[in-house]
Write a protein that binds this ligand. Sequence first.
Ligand SMILES: CO[C@H](O)c1c[n+]2c([nH]1)[C@H](O)[C@@H](O)[C@H](O)[C@H]2CO
Length: 445
Amino acid sequence: MRAMPEGFRWGVATAAYQIEGSVSADGRGPSIWDTFSATPGAVRHGDTGAIACDHYRRWKQDFALLSELGVSAYRFSLAWPRILPEGTGQVNQSGLDHYRRLVDDLLARGIEPVVTLYHWDLPQALQDRGGWTNRATIDAFARYAEVVAEALGDRVPRWITLNEPWVSSFVGYGSGRHAPGIADGRSALLAAHHLLCAHGAAVPVLRETSGQVGVTVNLSPVRPVTPEDADAARRVDGCQNRWFLDPLLAGRYPEDMIEWYGFADAEPGDLESIAAPLDFLGVNYYTRTWVASGDRDVPHPVHPSLDAHQVLPEKLPRTLMGWTIEPDGLRELLVRLRTDYPGLPPVLITENGAAFDDYVDPEGGVDDEERIAFLAGHLSALADAIDAGVDVRGYFCWSLLDNFEWAEGYGRRFGLYHVDYATQHRLAKASARWYADVVKRNGLP
Ligand SMILES: CO[C@H](O)c1c[n+]2c([nH]1)[C@H](O)[C@@H](O)[C@H](O)[C@H]2CO
């Protein structure tokens, strides 16, 4: 038995654009993901979040699944365009009322709502004015936080300002693989900085509520494929991990990366604001990153981490996303955080999960043994990190439901519950029953 500490929070996680649908209902404005997914070739099979899991209408039945799992916490995100359809200006009360109903129902079920303010669905109206490359978006986010704090501040116990600013900036504005689909290294760096500043502007606002405040970052231990790749690996670590951890936890950008990027866009006071004390750090972990120094022409010295390309060791097992399955990377990552960042606050694993080739068998079940093995391995590694002295307070499995997997559309299933998108029928996979038992035991059998 690998028991977790007393009071450990067991949860599952989702995000608004990936599950809600109803993208035009009750005053919601368009987001950059509505625009991007409608762009031919942007998303596999031309999938969009227009319907998704129809959660905006079926949320009560989905919350019954949370009770079935027995989780003590549920991480979800608010859709900024439901609350402020233009990103600023007029508040849409229907949007606030919707999320108030969700939070109150969770509390009534004895489930702790963990609310992410921004999980990638920027109001399109803000992108029309430059989005995260426009410094004015910082103030727009701070106003959004004020509106949410006023409406929900007396009942949400944990706030997460941003989900994965690295993805929003380097994938959305750097590689263009995500919304808004811009491929420009300089834009990626500006967006990353403004996202961090937006986080810093929101922290004092959310501090005025009764809830704890944190941020979620995606982190991945970086390994060189050969010793000759050590420099490239350090730069990828600098881009993916240290470019966010250093400002958030140490109040400075990493010197080696400032030089590599030639970054000079921080204004007086920015770093102090970004480094506002956190009650917890959300960590999303999925895999390690393996790097071989690319001999390709790098389109732009500023272009993030493209001075190297990822080379996945053939021998390692992978998920359907092509990510290597490396549970010990979670332990390695957490121990590194504790070692490198003396100011590390308590950690929540806000996402961990995997996509496998799930199918409904002739008996009407989904026997996802690979996902059970994946989760068991990562929970064991998490227990190792806790035994090594890392203060981890909770774990959120990604995800409750199969859902819209961004550029992969509906072709990648991460859920504990299978979703038949034609009928919207939810079906508990074997992993849902397994996870419910782990939650009940407060640890691995
Ligand atoms: C390298 O994985 C990233 O950290 C990551 C993986 N994931 C994420 N971030 C996002 O936060 C989720 O919205 C995705 O659905 C989920 C699964 O792809």
